[in-house]
Design a protein around this ligand. Structure first.
Ligand code: THU
Length: 129
């Protein structure tokens, strides 16, 4: 259920390491089998090394042997709720464009399919022209 994913993403967000931006993000990625993988953003004094919450969740899933996903919930405090950044969209696209993406904050939610968020993205088919 979406509520369980929101709860999982909020818990992950509580673990965010964001001393530089002070912008905490939590993500919960649900597999087609119903498993849930979470992530939070992890910042670094070398700012560009920062990892977004969505990519932490994705990496956790892949490391557990899971590569097929149904939906992603991202929790922030943004108004309106913030969509995943471009880098995260690209990383998620590797595993399918049907992913439902749900952005949640204290001010409601927004929903998309990943194909709406990353039209004409680069993919493996571009590697063999
Ligand atoms: N951030 C995410 O975790 N996910 C996104 O999709 C956008 C941005 C993080 C990175 C950084 O720690 C903070 O939010 C501010 O950019």
């Amino acid at each position: 259920m979406i509520e369980q994913l929101v709860t999982a993403a909020r818990r992950a967000r509580d673990c965010a390491y964001a001393p530089y931006s002070r912008y905490a993000v939590g993500a919960a990625l649900e597999s087609l089998e119903g498993e849930v993988f979470t992530g939070c953003n992890v910042e670094n004094a070398s700012y560009s090394l920062t990892i977004c919450a969505e990519r932490v969740a994705l990496g956790s899933a892949v490391a557990a042997g899971v590569q097929a996903f149904a939906r992603l919930v991202v929790v922030t405090e943004s108004v309106p709720p913030a969509a995943p950044c471009g880098s995260c969209r690209q990383m998620l696209a590797e595993f399918g464009m049907d992913l439902e993406v749900i952005a949640v904050s204290g001010n409601g939610e927004r929903r998309w399919r990943l194909e709406e968020l990353l039209p004409d993205g680069f993919s493996s088919s571009d590697l063999s022209p």
